[in-house]
Design a protein around this ligand. Structure first.
Ligand code: MF3
Ligand code: CO
Ligand code: CO
Length: 264
């Protein structure tokens, strides 16, 4: 993570982040019809890449980021995050997949991800995807000027732990603006009233990774793919937002989402 002189974004920067966030969420919406039994994750990568570059005239941020070889991350079943699209990964009935899209437009970043259940998923598949989304929403719901970073983590823990799922520790949300990842780190576990205080104009992601079994992860020999140590399922959803006086403004909302629980 880079140091930044100020974590508070100017109105002009926020306007650019609104645009980048909308583009990133549009990619997830566009991909919907392509996520189905028989498609390879490399095909999904190519579709997303072409759309970002040619239609949106934007830049897929993962491509060549610290050596990442593809334009999106595709994380299937026990892959926690940073899955690399390949020709050999063919989606099959019952798989769960996270697709994580980050675009750069006019120098600013939008970062968002969601889960799909391919064909007919198990009750467990449904439940872990659902709880991971609720965890994201719980974290978002406590964001506002003056809240503490620890409030976000605590809110996520309150959703996840009663469900007997675990929260990944090694990866976290992050400040984002004209850099992909900067301060602060947004931990997805914590104690209320601890850590940095949020300020209106700070922009960051919340992106909890929730595991069916143990929280521990392992990075594969490709140096990117993070998997659960016990190879049980993992699910993640992500949004990019800005802190406001009363709550937050989400830049990556999709049309099907009802975020009216925020700012109320
Ligand atoms: N989009 C991821 C995040 O939420 C980062 C992906 S980095 C990559 O922070 F290099 F794997 F693409
Ligand atoms: Co992110
Ligand atoms: Co992301």
């Amino acid at each position: 993570m880079m140091k930044k002189t100020s974590l508070i974004q100017s109105p002009g920067a926020l306007d650019k982040m609104r645009v980048a966030g909308k583009l990133a969420s549009d990619v997830l919406v566009m991909l919907d019809e392509h996520v189905k039994v028989g498609v390879t994750t490399e095909t999904l990568n190519q579709i997303a890449h072409d759309y970002i570059v040619n239609v949106q005239q934007a830049i897929p941020a993962p491509l060549n980021y610290n050596g990442f070889p593809k334009s999106i991350c595709t994380s299937v079943n026990h892959v926690v995050c940073h899955g690399i699209p390949t020709d050999s990964k063919i989606l099959k009935d019952g798989d769960i997949i996270n697709i994580d899209v980050t675009v750069i437009k006019d120098g600013y970043y939008g970062d968002t991800s969601k889960m799909w259940i391919v064909g007919n998923g198990s009750i467990m598949a449904q439940r872990i995807c659902d709880v991971a989304q609720k965890a994201l929403y719980a974290g978002m719901s406590v964001v506002k000027d003056g809240a503490y970073l620890g409030d976000i983590g605590a809110a996520i823990q309150e959703v996840v732990e009663p469900e007997r799922f675990s929260i990944v520790r090694e990866f976290c949300g992050h400040g984002i603006s004209n850099e992909f990842h900067h301060e602060p780190q947004i931990l997805h576990y914590g104690k209320k009233g601890t850590g940095m205080q949020l300020k209106t104009g700070m922009t960051f992601t919340i992106e909890p990774m929730i595991n069916q079994g143990v929280w521990q992860t392992k990075v594969l020999a490709d140096e990117w793919t993070a998997v659960t140590k016990d190879r049980k399922l993992s699910a993640q959803w992500e949004h990019t937002m800005v802190v406001t006086d009363n709550g937050c403004e989400v830049f990556t909302t999709r049309p099907e989402e009802d975020l009216s629980f925020l700012n109320s």
